[in-house]
Write a protein that binds this ligand. Sequence first.
Ligand code: BGC
Length: 756
Amino acid sequence: MKKEDIRKLIEQMTLEEKAGLCSGDDFWHTKAIERLGIPRTMVSDGPHGLRKQDEAADHLGVNDSIKAVCFPAASATAASFDTEMIRRMGEAIGDSCQHEKLSVVLGPAVNIKRSPLCGRNFEYFSEDPYLAGKMSSSYIQGVQSRNVGTSIKHFAANSQEHRRMSSSSDADERTLREIYFPAFEISIKEAQPWTVMCSYNRINGVFASENHWLLTEVLRDEWGFEGYVMSDWGATARRPEGIEAGLDLEMPASGGANDRKIVEAVRAGKLDEKLVDLCCERILNIVFRYLENAKPETPWDKDAQHLMAADVAADCMVLLKNEDQLLPLSKEDEIAFIGEFAAKPRYQGGGSSHINSFKITGALDAAKEAGLKVTFAQGCTGDQASDAQIEEAVTAAKAAKAAVVFAGLPDSYESEGYDRTHMRMPEGQNRLIEAVAAANPNTVVVLHNGSPVEMPWIGKVKGVLEAYLGGQAVGLAVVRVLFGDVNPSGRLPETFPLKLEDNPSYLYYGGEGNRTEYREGIFVGYRYYDKKKMDVLFPFGYGLSYTTFEYSNLRLSAEKILDTDTVTATVTVKNTGSRAGKNVVQLYVGDVESTPLRPVRELKGFAKVELAPGESKDVSFTLDKRSFAYWNEEIHDWHVESGDFTVEIGTSSRDIALCANVYVESTVALPRHYDENSIFMDIMADPKAKAAIEPFMAKAMSMFGSGEEQSEQASEAVSEEMGMAMFQYMPLRSLMSFSPDMDPKMIEGLLNLLNS
Ligand code: BGC
């Protein structure tokens, strides 16, 4: 429907109808206004499959939803570093939405994995905002190519479950802009999601659902978001304030109470009715966009999607350890599969994303179906492993050529709604792994978890395969990787620290009462570990393959650019092994010298390349201003400080293979204002000011006991460098103390010159 027609519809609506349209009809529907021909539309969770609930719908999945296909969760798909793959997954989900008459799927969830403790990490992509943004925008493009909408969530800074509906995420602007916003920003600019879901929490004291800066100034005015904003379920605090801030749709609804508040506020002259109209317009745009493109005849081939889910999962697996090339296992050998998860994999997390899978394939079934010689011992139940279970597992391990222990986090250990309290796996599972590893030197651990775990047994096992929460077909994928049908190509989208206490947010995570200070600022994940040169268990970007790759010939299209230009980096990647495989080329940028505190390197490009043995390909990345910029709080904008930048190609944030430098020159002069308290160091850093101040400095320095004009005696005591080192922190006014011919008038004159 055309914009004018939607406006005409709104003109015909009563204030009550308009206020009513701004909240849900029930848990999952927008409201109908039958007399005007406006029908209800349905939304559904998401993100990695459909959780479409029936009429008697509840909130947290206690009631069954329809049978659907559960794809790998975002923690896993991020590990693929494969934007094309997640786009195809999005297309499949979009098709199922069309089939099920859903206007919007509630996802992707792109919050930053600030701490391993967040209960919902399994649903989030990464500790890195660029990776999260690129995966998210491809997912959105995939779903929306089918003419159904997405709801990118949870906007913003919702990186903990603890007190999630009351806590305030308190972070400075730079931290929000550089770490917590870009996944949203990239997605909105590149993929224009139909809707955005605002989060439960407050940001610097203001609820996201009534945050005008967030929902209007940043989201719409700056990034150009065109769709509607809905609240997370129950996230609306003060409804009229929400309308004013730009929250269009309250979900689910408040039994009419908040609709009445909107009406009262308008009648009392406290709320502009035009803002209510605007919310209605944005909602109806999407309602009709879906209706006019609805294709309920779209087939939903669940069996085909099950196989697709297996392909996706296989693309996500991260091989963390493979001593003596134990993997891939031989299909001729007898292998012991050990652990409950071999039979019943943990493949998804709890809460609103929980899918009622129409089929689940565990590794044991997959191996048997493939005719492999696999034995099985349960080994544990939940987080417990009894002595008898361990004994049985040890016997099975001893009898086999190799043992594969399926372990990780049980459901209760990580879920929406609450956080973890530690980073450990269940003690029972750790004991099981140690016992099996002692019984069979060829032990591999397959992990099912949504977030990092400690691995006290890492030195005792030969192989570790991180499967994350790999969706309902995860077993097929694991077997393909273990036995070499698929060459693993996933990379860690987050750092695995050695211990929880190493994590940069450790001291502040969870906060005090309703306040969580993001004191580590921009130093989240590898940005912190790399800066501190800390040992980690596995770094960001890490993952092994059954083949080997080599990078060479990194070249830049220019040695020097303006910040308004772009530079292209090209690198050659070669498969130097004997198997076909995919490589994730990672490009990091670092500022060689900078005034603001900056990470050593930040991911600014990645590409997944498939290569036959011996094959090589060129991979190119275009770097623009944002690749080099930091958020400058003074000008409230991205800024590049002129200077050299490193462009690095690596296999992880810790293993850099190639590096080139580019000089980027800023075209933006930062506002400078000097006063009598400005120190020489800052003035000297500004070339124009430096020229003006130099003559005065020389004089003052000689009096101070340094500089060219100093006496012989003074020069023995204080070298020129020492003098300068001490002098640089002095304020301008100190010229009067060290230069007798300076007076306040002259300082004023000098300041006029500097500030001109
Ligand atoms: C979750 C959202 C979800 C919504 C609807 C909320 O509790 O935070 O992610 O989409 O419920 O189920």
